[in-house]
Design a protein around this ligand. Structure first.
Ligand SMILES: *Cc1c(COP(=O)(O)O)cnc(C)c1O
Length: 430
């Protein structure tokens, strides 16, 4: 595989941009190579600056559920573009997308648009704190909620890890108000939430974790969380930045039938443009300015181009049978992966899948939380990543990320991806 152009761009980028990348997940350090620079993408394929073509399983880390440059999305952006790119005043497309979101997400009665998932989650916890008058945020080890200070708490092991700054620059004074507990552990959850000394405003969770690799909630875990938070008057926030519009049009809340008080959205909702959103009950959302006292604002929030891309994407997702087809394709692909893993790497892999998001962990498993995810053999994943890239398959450059199936991938392409996986697993088994 020729990589001259990427190499020369990466050398230049490293002089100009920290690590040569504008988001650290794009660096390929953990898989032992350098990032490829992308020239363009269409449908299921992504092409680098050296002309190599790849079948894309990253989907821009989630957003591109329709594949790249879907004609309906491109058309909506082009049409909107001619009338201007930003007004700093309300525009009709905001109302349109708000209506689509509220109709789709069962627990959302009002929604506020922002420009990233990070903005959505940081605004949601401010709202929860403002509404309850309490300070502490409970999160789960291995869940990612964007890069705001409050969430960068070292995913510590053990009971009730009281905030230790996970990054220099995050004041201890801020993270002392964050408690991180293990995913899928109802006993520690209940003990933590019932501790009245803790002053808990909210619990935030990825209803299916996607940022320690894919980890599904154990049966009943989300229900327990809902029951406890309701009883104790704690705001329950579902961070559906990945799962919203991914598992179903109504996200994980529809998929599992558990309703949060607040929902955070991002990724797919922008159809490839920068959009985030948070929404919930009318009562909670009317605590936000200008109706209520909790302040949150944004110069480019509700940007017309981004709203147009989001609305066009949601209309495609709303077509009958969309999610059933995606589920069928994903299930067949996962079945193929499982068979290959059992044949070549017996007892050494665990496939976690919910809908069109999945992770093949190189560990005997089961993988149910951060600690079990950390058992995975990352060197082996690195080798797998490089072997797949050589064969034209674009995977996330980390063991602890999701593989996404998109509507643009054909059955034939997925079968080809399984053939390449077989080649890679054979080599790994040696
Ligand atoms: C990606 C992600 C975020 C952050 O969104 P950005 O748009 O990258 O700021 C928050 N929560 C979850 C679950 C995510 O996967």
């Amino acid at each position: 595989m020729k990589t001259d152009q990427s190499q020369s761009l990466f050398a230049r980028a490293q002089q100009l941009i920290p690590g040569g990348v504008n988001s650290p997940v794009r660096a390929c350090k953990s898989v032992g190579c350098d990032p490829l620079f992308v020239k363009k993408a269409a449908g299921s394929k992504i092409q680098d600056v050296d002309g190599n073509e790849f079948l894309d399983f990253v989907c821009s880390w989630g957003p591109m559920i329709l594949g790249h440059n879907h004609p309906a999305v491109v058309e909506a952006i082009e049409k909107t573009l001619r009338d201007g790119t930003s007004f700093g005043a309300p525009c009709p497309l905001e109302v349109e997308l708000a209506e689509l979101v509220i109709n789709a997400l069962p627990s959302v009665e009002k929604v506020r648009f922002v420009s990233s998932g990070t903005e959505a989650t940081m605004s949601a916890i401010r709202l929860a704190r403002g509404y309850t008058g309490r300070n502490v945020v409970v999160k789960f080890d291995g869940c990612y909620h964007g890069h705001a200070d409050s969430f960068l708490v070292k995913a510590g092991s053990g009971v009730i890890t009281l905030g230790i700054p996970g990054s220099p620059g995050v004041p201890a004074d801020i993270v002392k108000n964050t408690i991180s507990i293990p995913y899928n552990n109802p006993e520690i959850l209940e003990k933590t939430l019932r501790d009245t000394k803790l002053d808990i405003a909210c619990v935030i969770i990825e209803p299916v974790a996607g940022n320690m690799g894919v980890v599904a909630p154990n049966p009943g875990f989300l229900q327990t969380l809902r029951t406890l938070t309701t009883e104790l008057g704690i705001v329950l926030i579902f961070d559906e930045v990945i799962t919203g519009l991914r598992l179903a049009l109504g996200g994980a809340q529809e998929y599992y039938g558990v309703m949060p008080d607040l929902t955070c959205l991002g990724k797919i909702i922008g159809g490839g443009l920068p959009v985030g959103a948070y929404g919930g009950t009318r009562e909670l959302m009317d605590t936000i300015s200008p109706v209520g006292p909790v302040y949150q604002a944004g110069t480019l929030s509700g940007n017309p181009l981004a709203m147009a891309a989001g609305a066009a994407t949601m209309r495609q997702l709303a077509q009958p049978g969309f999610y059933a087809a995606l589920e069928e394709k994903s299930a067949r692909f996962a079945q193929g992966m499982t068979m290959l893993a059992e044949k070549y790497l017996p007892g050494q892999t665990t496939l976690n899948r919910v809908g069109s998001m999945m992770t093949a962990f190189f560990t005997s498993g089961p993988v149910v939380d951060f600690d079990s995810a950390m058992q995975a053999d990352t060197a082996r994943y690195g080798q797998h990543f490089r072997q797949m890239q050589e064969q034209g398959i674009w995977l996330a450059p980390s063991q602890f990320e999701a593989l996404f199936i998109s509507a643009a991938q054909s059955e034939g392409e997925l079968a080809t991806a399984l053939e390449k996986t077989e080649c890679s697993f054979k080599k790994l088994a040696k």
